[in-house]
Design a protein around this ligand. Structure first.
Ligand code: AMP
Length: 384
């Protein structure tokens, strides 16, 4: 096995969003340098990174020049083109590997891979072209959800399809590109497991969190998920199997639907830290970002133990800025509130601007306090 990449080395990050920023904060604390590659003029990661390279992902000369200055490369955003990762890998290891990203960048490939591992997923049909629609309309069960195979996240590129008669219109609305038609799952709730796998095959999992979504975007995460032990251990077993069989080196989040009978379906994989794991920064011995640093550097993984009985995270979307700057002082009236802001200049509706975390002796208490803190942001807004 190759020697670990030690503090002082330069960690390269493709993507400049908040996940890159929180990775950089963890890496800098550990004594690494972080160099970021992103096409945007300014971004959340740029404010904290040691160096910023600005170029398009398909400028492969720029990608190679960047990779030459890094000891290892990682991603904070899974839709980095394969050619970019291949060019980078000529100069430094890319972790997780481009092959894993190739799988997770496409819903059909991801579902087929999971199915081949024996992992349950929602029943689905692949729609490659309009010619497939007739047969699928006959075979599929409705209602369903039609999802673009590529570039889907936070419910983008999705249409609910009530009946076979709606299928053609939904396919047209999604641009007639390859899609999967998934059966609509009347689930009890959604959970996720963030896990890491090291270069030596060691796996460490954070316990599952319970996730509430609003308009398809994560709204609140709770840890521990108040669900029967059998459900939680099933989720952990599947997560361990996926990390191991896909030979992940890095962090991977597995999102699940918990059905009414307690059985699980995997909804989606994200080959990076995840919004539902942000509470690990304040609540766990080693957070998901430190774990990403350790995994990609070939170091032993950290402890995923929770330091407190329970934690809750509430996202702060750009909508909260409507009518003025949120009232930060009001939210921080509760001394246990942790405020995380990503340094984004423009607060657009639906844009993830930051999050709040509260730890407490019970998950109900943590949830109540984090929601109260978020509600208080709207009270008596300050002036920008
Ligand atoms: P996704 O982008 O696939 O993670 O979807 C975003 C959210 O839409 C999920 O977290 C669910 O809340 C909802 N959703 C997606 N697929 C389905 C489905 N097949 N049945 C019911 N709800 C779904």
């Amino acid at each position: 096995m190759s020697a670990p990449i030690l503090p002082g080395a330069t960690l390269g990050m493709f993507g400049g969003g908040q996940l890159g920023r929180m990775f950089a904060l963890a890496a800098l604390r550990m004594g690494y340098r972080v160099s970021v590659f992103a096409p945007e003029e300014s971004h959340p990661c740029g404010e904290v990174a040691s160096r910023v390279h600005r170029a398009d992902y398909d400028d492969l000369d720029a990608v190679r020049a960047f990779a030459q200055t890094c000891d290892v490369l990682t991603i904070e955003f899974e839709n980095i083109p394969s050619a970019t990762l291949e060019a980078a890998a000529e100069w430094a290891p890319v972790r997780p590997a481009g092959a894993l990203l190739h799988t997770t960048q496409n819903r059909a490939r991801e579902k087929q891979t999971l199915r081949s591992l024996g992992i349950p997923v929602a029943p689905f049909h692949l729609v490659e072209s309009a010619e497939d629609l007739g047969a699928i309309a006959q075979e599929a069960r409705f209602p369903g959800v039609l999802k673009s195979c590529a570039w889907g996240y936070d419910g983008k590129g999705q249409r609910r399809v009530e009946s076979a008669a709606d299928l053609e219109a939904a396919f047209s609305e999604l641009g007639q590109r390859p899609t999967v038609l998934e059966e609509f799952i009347d689930f009890q709730c959604e959970i996720s497991v963030v896990g890491a796998r090291g270069l030596d095959g060691q796996v460490a999992l954070f316990e599952p969190s319970l996730n509430h979504h609003r308009h398809h975007i994560l709204d609140v995460s709770l840890s521990p998920a108040p669900l029967p032990e059998a459900v939680l251990s099933d989720a952990c077993n599947m997560a361990r199997q996926i990390l191991t069989q896909l030979e992940v080196v890095g962090v991977l989040c597995i999102e699940f639907f918990v059905q009414r009978d307690g059985s699980l379906l995997v909804n989606e994989l994200a080959p990076r830290p995840h919004n539902s794991g942000h509470l690990t920064i304040d609540a766990h011995a080693c957070c998901q970002f430190e774990q990403q640093v350790r995994a990609i550097c070939g170091l032993p993984l950290g402890s995923t133990e929770r330091k407190v009985p329970a934690a809750a995270m509430a996202n702060l979307l750009g909508d909260l800025w409507q009518g003025g700057e949120p009232n930060w002082a009001a939210a921080l009236q509760d001394p246990g509130v942790h405020l995380h802001l990503y340094g984004k200049g423009q607060a657009r509706a639906g844009r993830k601007m930051g999050h709040l975390v509260v730890t407490d002796s019970s998950v109900q208490g943590a949830e109540r306090r984090v929601l109260a803190a978020r509600d208080s942001l709207a009270a008596a807004k300050g002036v920008r």
